[in-house]
Design a protein around this ligand. Sequence first.
Ligand SMILES: Nc1ncnc2c1ncn2[C@@H]1O[C@H](COP(=O)(O)OP(=O)(O)OP(=O)(O)O)[C@@H](O)[C@H]1O
Length: 764
Amino acid sequence: MTTLEGKKRKLPPKVAAMLARKRMKLQPGSSTTPKVTANEPRPSSELRERGKTVRLDQLKWKEVELPDRLDDYEGFFGLEEVDDVEIVRDAAASTLTYKTHTENILSDRERQELQKQKQKPPHEDYEDKDVNEESPPPDAAGDDEEEEEEKAEVDNEEEWGGFDSDSAEDNDMEADENTGDFGINPFQGLVEESLDASNGVDVSAWAQLQLSQDSLASLSRLGFAKPTAIQELSIPEIMAGRDVIGKASTGSGKTLAFGIPIFERILGQSTGDEHPETETPSEEHTPTALVLSPTRELAHQITKHLQLLASGVPNRTIRVVPVTGGLSIQKQRRLLSNADIVVGTPGRMWEVMGDSNGVIDQLKRISFLVVDEADRLLSEGHFKEVEDILDSLDKSTDENETVSQESTRQTLVFSATFHKGLQQRLKGSKKRDTRFLDPKESMEYLIKKLRFKEERPKFLDANPEEQMAENLKEGVLECPAMEKDLYLYATLLLNSSKRTIVFSNSIHAVRRVTASLQALNQPAVALHSHMPQKARLRSLERFAAAGANSKSAARSILIATDVAARGLDIPDTETIIHYHVPQTADFYVHRSGRTARAGANGKSIMLCSPEEVGGVRRLIHKVHPNSKSAIRSLGIDRRLVGKLKGRLTLAQKIANAELSNAKEKVNDSWVDQAKEDLGIDSEEERDWAEKEGRGRGWQKSEKSKVGSAELKSFRRELKALLQTKINTGFSERYPTTGDMDIEELKRGLHGDFIGKVPNLEWNS
Ligand SMILES: Nc1ncnc2c1ncn2[C@@H]1O[C@H](COP(=O)(O)OP(=O)(O)OP(=O)(O)O)[C@@H](O)[C@H]1O
């Protein structure tokens, strides 16, 4: 247990009891029975003599019961326990065996049920309540690079645990617990829409790729009539055994570009008569592929996508297993034992690999290593973990060598964006550079570390000219810096999109904007890395559920940091709004790529204050170096915007009050916790505990506290305003003159924008 100021930290009684119980169980070499239940005492000698020898996966594991709120004890989520097991260590053979009584052993039928459970998509885990309810364990930090960045950018004020999770989300969760409904599946839309269209489309256009009947049957069921450009380019190369680096615009089907050849390999190796019910995990089993993904959401989405393809294969069960933070590590370890494809985030993968050599040995034999969203994954945030993973995969079994002689696996690297210099080098148009350690070149360093089989992997670029999706419309909406919220609200009202994602550069803004929009009755949900994993998935699920049934809102809005910028594929996401101008051109590409996917239409709108013009200018330079009219200036009826001001001001007051009151609540609970931890209970010592708390980043802000009477009156006032129709009168467009001159903007002749497009509906 950690200590604070030399004093032992006191755990809440429920957690302490749990730990005490846990310590008593499964103590290797212990001479006593690990735990003896009260009603059925079994001395260890009895177990030793009469108990049956079992494997760990034959035991009836039970989930450890946890307190309702765990604060910073999240690492215990997802623990499983088993009673009455004797662990016998054979020191000579360095082995452990487990003995237990028959009631503790799974019957064949129960094992089959469990096997079936293992086949379930990852989000169904939540129905079993086997879920990390709160934050990811501290040692899983770094799991998402975005999280690291965001953590750095969050000031102390923000470290109060999150409005989403501490109030609204938790209440909801409780309600769900009562009804027993824990199902979370943000990618359900992907499944249903794909399968709906799937009474079998003609897949003759895939013929040239010479896929197996099983793969074709599955593609037909999914309704994918023909391969996308990147699939057409990369599938034959990968099937021919080549290492591939693939670049293609967002939403162009890169997942199946590597997924289909992996399936082909698995199907080729399979005898065709495997049945999951009778298969037992084997230490000899080797996954065919390891896919590394930069974010948890993306890892789950890739898993879902591949599971969907697998579900259409008639004769073979292909197991796709996610290994990410925020979910039970024990469960993931068990699922790994018979996985065909492992999809993991680097942090959790390394954790799982680090504590068991068996996993490393299994993964050393993989046929494919896939690095998805490679530029992100291989940049600083994940650098160390990815490097460690690669080093372990390549470590020689011969003690005299540090690295095994040659790599037999194929390495597949995909992204929509790659650093330009690297692209040139990959294409062979520039001489290879050996000066690797410039940060911008870290990708190249790791590309080298990837140990491709070939000297020069095949570089395939499906969109050499244009990196934005084909049917994406892009615009800029100028607004004063202090009125971004107002212009965002107006844009949302004027824009009839079913699903809109609003991207912000800071977690604080995500919280604030979400709370304001919710006060304005907008169907807004938040997503950022300081939310517990379950709340993150729930937000995505709510966002994706819009219009799905009569109960869900017809439209939905996700307010997110860049943790949602990569890879997410939510159908009917029609508009992206950049509340803050993205920090890099690549972020702009990936954020905007959440719409206009798989040939659909979409819009990307940047809210731009005068201070941000320089950034927008640089961004346009990079993203559209050759196009004069790729980004248009948007006009908006400013009188109408002005009429929304009263509503917005009240909504902001409500949001600020809610946020600061929630923070206050957390502060108080922190002080209580600190007092308990430090073993103090007098009021005089409260100040000291508070100071300790501050040292850990907690801030108390008395001045922003708003009384409940005042809050109620704000709410009443806003309700009345929202019921009053706004008289739009005649339309007065943003007073600008002529189309925005992108060339002029790029040359920087003017400090601000000039131009117009009459309205937000892009119909001019
Ligand atoms: N051949 C196909 N025909 C039609 N739709 C397809 C095809 N292949 C994939 N899709 C669909 O296209 C969408 C985007 O695919 P995917 O998520 O793999 O894109 P991506 O290129 O990885 O995007 P990003 O760069 O944003 O991660 C998915 O909904 C997927 O189901």
